[in-house]
Design a protein around this ligand. Structure first.
Ligand SMILES: [Zn+2]
Length: 111
């Protein structure tokens, strides 16, 4: 997975630049930097209502969450035609990503 060398965030495969600081993403962070990563990128949601529901569900399961909302990025608007306004990015603490993904997956599957 690509990482931002400045923010230390993890991004989805195929992402070339950090959407926060515009830095070129690197494939691997040096070990000493990995140890300092606190927040890991979980998912991008184009639906703010859904994003807030996921955040609430994760927090109900004892997983701290950071929800960052941003104006819709041009690269995202190409991928999600019809989406307007903004998108939300979810971050979870390192070590809880798998549990968070399981919750997210079960929420999406049950609608
Ligand atoms: Zn960055």
């Amino acid at each position: 997975m690509p990482f931002c060398p400045r923010c230390l965030y993890e991004f989805v495969e195929g992402t070339k630049k950090c959407v926060d600081c515009n830095a070129k993403l690197v494939e691997h962070l040096p070990e000493e930097k990995m140890a300092t990563v606190k927040w890991l990128f979980l998912d991008t949601l184009s639906d703010i209502v859904m994003a807030n529901m996921v955040k609430e569900a994760l927090e109900n399961n004892g997983i701290e969450t950071i929800l960052k909302t941003d104006p819709l990025h041009s690269t995202f608007s190409l991928q999600t035609t019809g989406a307007i306004g903004s998108y939300a990015r979810l971050f979870v603490p390192r070590g809880q990503k798998k549990a968070a993904l399981d919750i997210l997956k079960s929420m999406i599957e049950t609608g």
